[in-house]
Design a protein around this ligand. Structure first.
Ligand code: ZN
Ligand code: CA
Length: 332
């Protein structure tokens, strides 16, 4: 009896320590339920995206897009009040991953190394230099809260000041990234784009998984939670299409039966979804669920989808002047 009790206690501890890679699917369903206008707008996104891609075959000859970011650090304990250095690391990781200047590109299997597959997405991120009132800013806000854990499952929302979080900066002009203690072992979630103006639009990341977060966040400690969630924010879906052999609406990501975890060896799952594919799953794609250290690419098809999302739904980023550096105009 005592052993059973210990076993039970151990399994509860295991469950409470379980890490949930991504809450975007759950968050999207919640938004659809809560806002009929979002449901309507979201249902049109895939058709609108296909149309945009068909009408803009030459988009790739254009220049780099820079997206201004505001990072909202919402903290209850000092550990949650992450340093500026961690924020800088995360921005650098996003830039490396989206520009394919990450040091682990060499780990991409050679069959997917070509620039016709492994893409420089030509999207960059900067900490905003101007706040919504036109004042100079570091691009980082810090909010002390009495809320010990935020949640997408009926708890307090970090995107809401009246819930103990902080409201978004105008989300046409900024990518809002909230960093906080997320309950339920959740690493992060994002709001996928549509033509509906979502007041909570942005990305939320658990503080243990933001930047190079060391042992606390292992094996999700290399900042790829934000890479994955910003991918969702730019309209990417999970590589397995959130279904058994589902469709992620990207043609150069192989159809995949389900998500992968850990560090698989290439090739992985060469017989799945009713076919034989010698290369197997693209488990090293940022839109899978593998460990941060196992991920290393977005594909050209995913890039096309993200550029389309920016042009259709986040077009202020094409002409913004909040990022230092060159003006970033894609004239399509
Ligand atoms: Zn996800
Ligand atoms: Ca695919």
């Amino acid at each position: 009896m005592k052993n059973l009790f210990i076993l039970l206690l151990a399994s509860i501890t295991l469950i409470s320590n379980a890490q949930i890679r991504c809450g975007t699917e759950a968050h999207t369903l919640e938004l659809i339920e809560q806002y009929p206008d979002y449901a309507k707008a979201k249902s049109k996104v895939n058709t609108e995206t296909e149309n945009w891609i068909a009408n803009n075959p030459n988009y790739q000859t254009k220049t780099i897009i820079s997206i201004p970011v505001v990072v909202h650090v919402v903290w209850n304990t000092t550990a949650e009040n992450i340093s500026d250095a961690r924020v800088f690391e995360q921005i650098e990781i996003l830039n490396n991953d989206f520009r394919r200047t990450n040091i682990d590109t060499i780990n991409t299997p050679s069959v997917w190394q070509g620039i016709d597959i492994a893409a420089d997405c030509e999207i960059e991120f900067c900490l905003a230099t101007t706040d919504p009132s036109g004042n100079t800013t570091s691009g980082i806000t810090r909010t002390e809260t009495t809320v010990s854990q935020f949640s997408i499952w009926g708890g307090s929302s970090v995107e809401d000041a009246s819930d103990g979080g902080i409201d978004a900066w105008p989300n046409d002009d900024y990518l809002n990234i909230w960093v906080c203690d997320l309950g339920g072992g959740l690493l992060g979630y994002a709001s996928p784009p549509s033509s509906w103006p979502n007041p909570t639009d942005g990305v939320v990341i658990g503080y243990k998984y933001f930047g190079l977060s060391g042992n606390n966040g292992a094996p999700y400690n290399k900042g790829r939670t934000a890479t994955h969630e910003v991918g969702h924010w730019l309209n990417l879906e999970h590589i397995w299409g959130d279904n058994n052999c589902g469709n992620d609406n990207v043609s150069d990501t192989p159809t995949q039966e389900e998500e992968n975890y850990g560090v698989p060896a290439f090739p992985h799952n060469t017989n799945s979804c009713g076919t034989t594919n010698p290369n197997g799953d693209m488990f090293m794609n940022y839109m899978d669920y593998t460990n941060d250290g196992a991920m290393n690419l977005f594909t050209l098809g995913q890039k096309t989808r993200m550029i389309s999302a920016i042009n259709q739904y986040r077009s202020n980023h094409l002409t913004q002047t909040i990022c230092n550096g060159p003006t970033n105009i894609i004239d399509v």
